[in-house]
Design a protein around this ligand. Structure first.
Ligand SMILES: *[C@@H]1O[C@H](CO)[C@@H](O)[C@H](O)[C@H]1NC(C)=O
Ligand SMILES: *[C@@H]1O[C@H](CO)[C@@H](O)[C@H](O)[C@H]1NC(C)=O
Ligand SMILES: *[C@@H]1O[C@H](CO)[C@@H](O)[C@H](O)[C@H]1NC(C)=O
Ligand SMILES: *[C@@H]1O[C@H](CO)[C@@H](O)[C@H](O)[C@H]1NC(C)=O
Ligand SMILES: *[C@@H]1O[C@H](CO)[C@@H](O)[C@H](O)[C@H]1NC(C)=O
Ligand SMILES: *[C@@H]1O[C@H](CO)[C@@H](O)[C@H](O)[C@H]1NC(C)=O
Length: 380
């Protein structure tokens, strides 16, 4: 209740904007003005989280290169989706990662229910995206996931990515639901090194598996249920012509997403995803995440994070405090065994009872520990 009222209060504050380009603002020779300092990715000047949030803000065209909020640092721990308030609509998120661990867009397509994070795809060209509010640079993330990709065109993703197109991916496509694909992008480019298919996992839309990305400055490893099936070494990504290593090495968000690849305007994407995507008779596709475990690299991005001054001032003015926020705070959201938050069966993880899981969020003081569990189900 308390946090919901914060979101309502926040909405008017979030709307400060002008409908003008960032570049050539006003007199034509400067970027955004001091009172609307942040340039959104679609080229509008404004203030508040919608414009200034790391990942949504174009620093080069903002008032100053430090106008955008900095990326909140990684926090080692595990989210078992015990608190529905851990997921905020992105439009209502004020920029304090201590008040929400995840943001969704569009709001209607994602929810935490019965201890699961569910992402729903149910319309042509639609998508559901959930992003972490904290950023990670190196470390490990494990998500326990059931993919949504039970039919042509349905793409499910668990990725670590920044806003510049550096991305480490697990991709599931509906044309091949027994495998997950390990891939990466560097600055929006698929590199010449192709994606690698996992071994046969059985139907990934019917059972949960632990998908792990382990990432350091020298290599990236993709694993399922603790068995690695791909390692990418930085040294093997050297691009001699560009004098560069095409290897992701920037602070990034953890993102879950389901989208309609079958309706993509890009023929290659459509071919990869399969087409057409079936939405007849109300067909819908749900990716479910059972838990997420994050292990930060303490030497990268784990330093103390201070709130942007305008967020801190807003919270002070409205007596907002995050002291009582906990990922396991909502007893009404106790995970009920056998209830997936969707309509199909959830396999219960051996030795992982819901009671112990719901008590399990902890900040692990050192070393790498972030695991995510995602489950996806297919609803008709
Ligand atoms: C899709 O799902 C969302 C969330 O359950 C719902 O609000 C919306 O009405 C659905 N849309 C269609 C076209 O079924
Ligand atoms: C990050 O990690 C690498 C190797 O683990 C280290 O060399 C570097 O100094 C760390 N810190 C930053 C801020 O990148
Ligand atoms: C973070 O800040 C707190 C309080 O200012 C301090 O006690 C702690 O040592 C700091 N941690 C790091 C890693 O700098
Ligand atoms: C904040 O708390 C103070 C002290 O308890 C109170 O006087 C003030 O009215 C509160 N402000 C708001 C906006 O609730
Ligand atoms: C937070 O928790 C403390 C201690 O349990 C309690 O006294 C306080 O009223 C709580 N604050 C809010 C805003 O719920
Ligand atoms: C769920 O699993 C149980 C036990 O394996 C099985 O008996 C039941 O038919 C399944 N239900 C559905 C909807 O698949």
């Amino acid at each position: 209740m308390y946090l919901r009222s914060i979101f309502v209060l926040a909405s008017s504050w979030l709307l400060a904007t002008v409908d003008a380009g960032c570049k050539n603002y006003g007199t034509g020779d400067s970027n955004c003005p001091a009172d609307l300092p942040c340039c959104s990715l679609d080229g509008k000047c404004g203030s508040g989280a919608f414009y200034c949030l790391a990942g949504s803000c174009d620093a080069a065209n903002s008032f100053s290169t430090s106008s955008c909020y900095s990326a909140p640092s990684c926090q080692t721990g595990k989210d078992t989706f015990g608190n529905i308030l851990a997921l905020s609509p992105k439009s209502k998120y004020i920029g304090d990662p201590n008040l929400a661990a995840w943001v969704s867009e569009p709001t209607s397509q994602a929810e935490i229910r019965d201890g699961y994070l569910n992402l729903i795809l149910n319309s042509t060209g639609g998508e559901s995206k959930v992003s972490s509010t904290r950023w990670i640079k190196y470390g490990a993330v494990t998500a326990r996931v059931r993919s949504a990709s039970s039919g042509k065109g349905v793409v499910s993703q668990f990725v670590i990515k920044d806003q510049n197109g550096n991305e480490i991916d697990f991709n599931w496509v509906g044309t091949n639901p027994r495998h997950v694909q390990a891939n990466y992008n560097y600055k929006k480019q698929l590199t010449s090194i192709p994606a690698v298919n996992s071994p046969d996992l059985g139907d990934t839309t019917q059972a949960f598996h632990d998908y792990t990305i382990s990432w350091d400055q020298d290599s990236i490893t993709w694993a399922v249920d603790g068995m690695s099936f791909r390692t990418l070494n930085r040294l093997d990504t050297e691009s001699i012509g560009d004098n560069d290593y095409k290897f992701p090495s920037t602070e990034s968000q953890i993102v879950f997403r389901v989208w309609d690849g079958g309706s993509s305007s890009d023929p290659q994407t459509q071919k990869w995803a399969g087409s057409p995507t079936n939405f007849a008779d109300g067909a819908s596709y749900t990716m479910s995440v059972y838990s997420v475990t994050i292990t930060c690299d303490p030497s990268n991005g784990s330093s103390n994070y201070t709130l942007p001054p305008d967020v801190a001032a807003y919270e002070k003015a409205h007596n907002i405090t995050s002291d009582n926020f906990s990922l396991t705070a909502d007893p009404d959201n106790a995970r009920r065994e056998g209830n997936s938050g969707g309509s199909s069966n959830v396999s219960i993880i051996p030795g992982d009872s819901s009671a112990s899981r719901l008590a399990s969020f902890s900040t692990i003081p050192s070393l790498f520990a972030l695991s995510v569990a995602i489950a996806a189900s297919h609803l008709y």
